[in-house]
Design a protein around this ligand. Structure first.
Ligand SMILES: [Zn+2]
Length: 60
């Protein structure tokens, strides 16, 4: 017997670099999973706003 689809528990997980919460592999990340660091676009945005490179976009 072969498993046709991967059980949810078998999906890879990562820890979000911003909120430190674990998140699970998603189909939309299938090609870029190695590069995914954040659980959502919101966290990706937070990362930029909080401690991005000095781009001069942060209000002082
Ligand atoms: Zn996150």
């Amino acid at each position: 017997m072969k498993q046709k689809r991967i059980a949810k528990a078998d999906l890879p997980t990562k820890t979000c670099a911003v909120c430190q919460r674990p998140f699970t592999w998603r189909k939309k990340w299938s090609k870029v999973w190695d590069e995914v660091l954040y659980c959502s676009d919101a966290c990706r945005g937070n990362r930029k706003a909080k401690s991005g490179p000095a781009a001069g976009t942060e209000p002082r």
